[in-house]
Design a protein around this ligand. Structure first.
Ligand code: ZN
Ligand code: ZN
Length: 233
């Protein structure tokens, strides 16, 4: 059911109306051109972790990345995590509106396509208990929309070892502690020599992406990217 919905050619959440301002849309679009242009598209940002920067820094990277480079090679983010993307993502995750996830993934596609092409998409795994509570893993939904449109397979070899409390509202230190040894890779995973893109909805401290990237590197990944919908400032 979910799959058939995800793979439909278009997602008319409000047929003929813009999802954000309710204006009539003529084209087969869920968002009108005006609202589309006003989305918080990511501006100047760190070339390594995509952290929004007020102006392009001299080195192209943020202070944190220069001081202690992350485990991944680059991060492609589409939006800054602000209105109305934050609300759309929150409806997607917490109100089980998977169609919002499909819509966002499709809107993000042009920018994601511009990033260097990986061999595999690896959605950040969710513990089965959390998945049961939420009903789906948002990173999976995004990867399953992008995979057929980009012709890149999804890897399901990553999994989460522990059931951790939600990361929301935790300090960076608490997050790091939670994430220690949180992920693992199945035995027969074929990662060696591959360029893998970790898929997530929002990158906040990059701690999750770092933990997953470390596992992929250990397994011999040639290059690790992070692809996300939004990056928090
Ligand atoms: Zn609109
Ligand atoms: Zn950075």
């Amino acid at each position: 059911m979910v799959n058939s919905l995800l793979h439909r050619a278009s997602f008319h959440l409000l047929p003929g109306r813009c999802l954000l301002c309710l204006a009539h849309t003529l084209a087969a679009a869920d968002i009108c051109t005006g609202c589309h242009d006003e989305l918080p598209w990511l501006g100047p940002h760190c070339q390594r972790c995509a952290l929004p920067l007020g102006s392009a820094s001299r080195h192209g990277q943020c202070g944190q990345c220069l001081k202690s480079p992350p485990q991944f090679d680059e991060c492609a983010a589409v939006w800054e995590y602000g209105y109305p993307i934050d609300q759309l993502i929150s409806r997607f995750k917490y109100q089980r509106r998977q169609l919002y996830g499909s819509l966002l993934s499709r809107l993000a596609l042009d920018r994601i396509r511009a990033a260097s092409r990986p061999d595999l998409l690896a959605p950040v795994p969710m513990h089965w208990r959390r998945r049961l509570q939420r009903g789906f893993n948002q990173a999976d939904i995004i990867a399953r929309v992008w995979s057929p449109l980009l012709g890149i397979p999804v890897s399901t070899d990553l999994y989460r070892l522990h059931y951790n409390p939600p990361q929301q509202g935790l300090s960076a230190k608490q997050r790091r502690h939670n994430l220690q040894a949180a992920f693992a890779l199945r035995k027969n995973a074929d990662i060696a020599g591959k360029h893998v893109a970790i898929i997530d909805d929002v990158v906040t401290t990059a701690a999750t992406a770092n933990s997953v990237a470390a596992i992929l590197r250990e397994a011999g990944a040639r290059r690790v990217s992070v692809w996300c919908l939004a990056r928090t400032p």
